[in-house]
Design a protein around this ligand. Sequence first.
Ligand code: PMV
Length: 330
Amino acid sequence: MSVATARVGSNIAFIKYWGVADASLNIPLSNSISMTLADAHTTTTVAWDDTGTLDTDVFVLDGVRQSAARSQRLTRHLDILRGLAGVTWRAWVTSQNNFPTASGIASSASGFAALTVAGCAALGLELDNTRLSAIARRSSGSASRSLFGGFVEWEQGTSDTDSVAVPLHGPEHWDLRDVVAIVSSEEKKLSSAGGHLLAKSSPLLDGRIAHVDGWLAETRQAIAEREIHRLGPVIELDALAMHSVMMTSTPSLLYWQPGTLEILQAVRRWREEESLAVYFTIDAGPNVHLICEAETAAVVETRLTSLPSVERVIVSRPGPGPQLLDEHLI
Ligand code: PMV
């Protein structure tokens, strides 16, 4: 057995990835920018069976052995790693998220990044994080960004080798918080992989893409200067633009629930009436991520907890890049 274990943080996108130029390689329609999370991570052990006894990959997630159908995406990703190493071995994969799956924190980002790092290390492939970012991207675009800590930009690129993430600033650059308000932990009906394919059917897609380069520049600048009142408006605008594309695609994707809107309105009220420096963003689901500086996080958390539609709140700091661990889960 060749075995390795990796721990990788999820990430929250400030400027989103939505829609693909090339669906087979996950080449996106634009760059995106995110913050890697310290307190929402996946730990994954990959053990390759070089004895040939296993005839399928075995995947255990949060203590539950996954069915063949639920292991398909994992097996397809392991096929890429097998191809790189020139082996046909099957693998035992055990994975643990320290946050609830389907909580609105992207488990596919940290999951596929951790699988890539542990799987390649266990195969003895010595690849740098840029190369690992390209490999992780193949199964989940947002996973490409989790190969670096802190503040990260995924460059759209045009090919498998240049569509990769680059680090902008380390996690110590700006003590931001992602305060996640969970209004529903139900699993979503359509995965984001399916959603990306629908983006081009929205009449609003071209409008978002025409503006996104300006929003990326504004976001880069706001992060560089640590200006929450510059970052906030542009991340809200882009999240609303992405959801407008989702809602107007065919079929229409409506991820929001009444609780989602309750939070958006509360955040604007807190800002307008009490000058609370907090802004929202929303991924492909009903839960809302509130972005603020460390000093504001406790009051944001208390207020969210008192809203009737909020089931649970998770707070995360900016986190490091991937880590290889000596202790294995198997
Ligand atoms: O990487 P995927 O296929 O799970 O897509 C992620 C899509 C969003 O979370 C909505 C946006 C993003 O950039 O993370």
